[in-house]
Each structure stands twice: as C-alpha cells, then as structure tokens.
Design a protein around this ligand. Structure first.
Ligand SMILES: Nc1nc2c(ncn2[C@@H]2O[C@H](COP(=O)(O)OP(=O)(O)OP(=O)(O)O)[C@@H](O)[C@H]2O)c(=O)[nH]1
Ligand SMILES: [Mg+2]
Length: 264
C-alpha cells in the first residue's frame, strides 16, 4: 500500500445524488472490508443523516456567512468557495489524521463553484496528491434524453479539462429508469454512433447540428469512457465503481481489505 490515500472527488449537477452516492459508497466500502473516510466540502450541507469524518462546516458554514456578512445564498456560496481554499491545510491535516486508504470527497451542490473557480483548483491540488480522480455523476433526469446526455458529456469534459484528472462517469439513481431506458443510455456511452443517431433527427434543425458538432468535438478529445450505472437506493453498481477507481488509481491491482468484510 502506498502512503498517500487515493482521493475520489465526487461532482455533478445540483441534486445529481452526490451526497447520497458518497454515503452509499462509503458504506459499501466499509462492509466490503475496505478502509474509507468521507470528507464533506459542501459548506451548505443540510443532510443530518450524513456524518462525514472530516467536515468543512467545522471551519466554514454557509448560514454563518449569510448572517455575518448579510449575503444572499449565492453570494455566500461564492464567498464560501474561496474561504474553503484558505482552510485547506486544516482539512488536509484532518484527512491525514483519519488515515484511510480511500478518501471520498463530497463537493458543493452548485457544480460551477467546484468546477469553475480558481480556488477549487488549489483545493483539488492540495487534497489530491498523486492518486486522485473525479467521479462525475450523471443525473438520469437529464441523461435520459439524448440532448441532455450530450450536455452532461460536455460538462464532464470541461471538468476533466479544468482539473486534468482522470474522470469516472457515473449514472446515479439508475433505479428510476426502466430497463429499456437504462439500456439506451448505456448504449449512448458505449457506442458514439448510437448517440449520434439519437441526437440527429430526420431533419437537420439548428439544435441537431449543434449537438452533432459538439459531439464530434468531444470525440476528438478521446474515447467516450463507459458510464457506470449505480443506484444508492438499491446499492447496485458500487462494486463496479470501485473496480473502475482501482483500475485507474492502482493500475488494476486490488487493495487488500484492511479488515474482514462486515455482514450487512
Ligand atoms: N431513487 C433514487 N433517488 C436517489 C438516489 N440517490 C439520491 N437520490 C435522491 O436524489 C435527491 C438528491 O440527492 P443528494 O444526494 O442530496 O444530491 P446532491 O447532488 O448531493 O445534491 P446537492 O448537494 O443539493 O446538489 C434526494 O432526494 C435523494 O433521495 C438513488 O440512488 N435512487
Ligand atoms: Mg449534496
């Protein structure tokens, strides 16, 4: 085992299921005998059931910023994003003290606060070390239509472009899709031609043309990587997500479970 933990940053559009996914995956890891700690980087998190090992709210709380500086919710989010960067070495220290093989990081709901602020780059660099990846979550509400799927591909590609880290694309809440819908969405990620067909209609309207051109640009960046379907509700796909992380972070070798698996 190397000394540096593997760090997984979980991002995606608001409500895509980040917090629920982090929680379910951490539980899956623990019951499978792996050692994981959970870091909450969302200063506005209000989920009382979620108990992270390291919590940014110890240093930066959205509600406090709103009260103290008279900021609205968006202004407070922006201020918080920069304040997190100032506390990042305290967070890093707390992560080191938790001393786990895997660190799962939940990020703020508004993806632009994570993906498009300079402070986040500093945060990802400080916490990521040399073994880090980003899990980009696809919300099925958007991913189930071809144009929504293309938009998510673009967003995922720009997150990859910003951070220059490997990306694992994850479909969340797969339990809300029918078997046919799920098969179609997975086919789009495995066979670009199928997505091309789905966005293209019988007539080349301007939006179809735009989707087709965007798709081409994404394809030239590299192969569309497979989408891992998961459901935190039904606890499915978490093992496949783990294998994908290991493939990227550990060159394929499996971690030795640090303790015996716990029966659920
Ligand atoms: N059916 C189903 N619902 C889910 C699943 N995962 C999350 N949800 C629901 O999706 C909603 C959003 O989940 P969160 O985990 O809070 O999503 P988030 O991306 O952390 O949201 P923000 O941080 O507020 O942007 C909640 O109502 C969850 O109960 C799942 O696997 N299946
Ligand atoms: Mg959340």
């Amino acid at each position: 085992m190397s000394e540096e933990p593997a760090v997984v940053f979980v991002t995606g559009t608001a409500g895509a299921g980040k917090t629920t996914f982090v929680r379910a995956f951490a539980e899956w890891m623990k019951t499978s005998g792996y050692d994981a700690s959970v870091v909450n980087l969302d200063p506005g998190l209000e989920n009382a059931e979620f108990e992270p090992d390291v919590d940014i709210r110890e240093w930066v709380r959205l509600a406090d910023l709103q009260d103290e500086y008279g900021l609205g919710p968006n202004g407070a989010q922006v201020a918080a994003a920069d304040m997190i960067a100032l506390k990042i070495f305290e967070v890093k220290q707390a992560i080191a003290e938790a001393d786990a093989d895997y660190v799962l990081v939940d990020t703020p709901g508004q993806i632009e606060l994570f993906a498009f602020r300079e402070a986040s780059k500093a945060i990802v660099e400080a916490l990521g070390g040399d073994r880090a990846l980003i899990a980009f979550l696809y919300d099925p509400g958007l991913a189930r239509s071809a144009s929504g799927f293309v938009s998510l591909l673009l967003l995922s590609a720009s997150v990859e472009f910003r951070f220059r880290l490997p990306i694992v694309n994850v479909l969340t809440k797969s339990d809300v899709l029918t078997a046919e819908q799920l098969a179609e969405v997975l086919a789009w990620s495995d066979e670009p031609g199928r997505l091309d067909e789905a966005v293209g209609g019988p007539t080349a309207t301007p939006d179809v043309q735009l989707s087709t051109e965007l798709l081409r640009a994404i394809e030239t960046m590299g192969p569309l990587t497979g989408l891992v379907p998961t459901s935190a509700k039904e606890r499915t796909g978490l093992d496949a997500f783990y294998r994908e992380c290991q493939r990227i972070l550990a060159g394929g070798e499996d971690l030795e479970p640090s303790h015996e698996p716990v029966a659920e």
